[in-house]
Design a protein around this ligand. Structure first.
Ligand code: NI
Length: 170
């Protein structure tokens, strides 16, 4: 397995709309290796979700693990939300916007249809952190980031802070 470089805001590649994954592609060794590499990259970061978009592969899927023990990996391919209910606000962060956290309002309960890593159709109804995480990751597939929910002024502050962090790291 290998760690993949994660694109960071304001990299314009993060704005790419991801393409649908062909079901036949899912079970290929290349795709399965990409999933494994994405899990390794996400756990190493550490984070609870990572989309293909963030590692510059513009396909509609993501890996998620919101468990305490980091032992419940989930793969969502071509996810579609078919029902949503209520609102919740959670503080979110993002591996593409390191060190920045902000409250975002999302649906509290969602039903999502997707393919799993064996290309089997699945449907899941969930709430709380997993529901937030799925909605956050699905935004990435549209080229949208959680900082887009902030005011333009706050987003500009985030951009400056990250650029300062990168200079210090260089
Ligand atoms: Ni993110």
């Amino acid at each position: 397995m290998a760690l993949l470089p994660i694109l960071e805001f304001p990299d314009p590649r993060l704005r790419t709309k991801a393409a649908t994954v062909e079901a036949a592609q899912v079970t290929t060794p290349e795709f399965q290796k990409l999933l494994d590499d994405m899990f390794e990259t996400m756990y190493d970061a550490p984070g609870i979700g990572l989309t293909a978009s963030q590692v510059d592969q513009h396909l509609r899927f993501m890996v998620i693990d919101v468990s305490e023990g980091k032992d419940a990996p989930m793969v969502f391919i071509n996810p579609e939300i078919t029902a949503r209910d209520g609102d919740q606000g959670l503080q979110e962060g993002c591996l593409s916007v390191p060190g920045i956290f902000a409250d975002v309002t999302r649906s509290n309960r969602i039903t999502v249809r997707y393919l799993d890593r064996d290309a089997r159709e699945q449907e899941l109804t969930t709430d709380s952190l997993l529901a937030v995480c799925i909605q956050h990751e699905m935004d990435h597939l549209e080229g949208k980031l959680f900082v887009d929910y902030l005011s333009p002024l706050k987003r500009e502050m985030v951009r400056k802070k990250l650029s300062k962090q990168r200079k210090h790291a260089a």
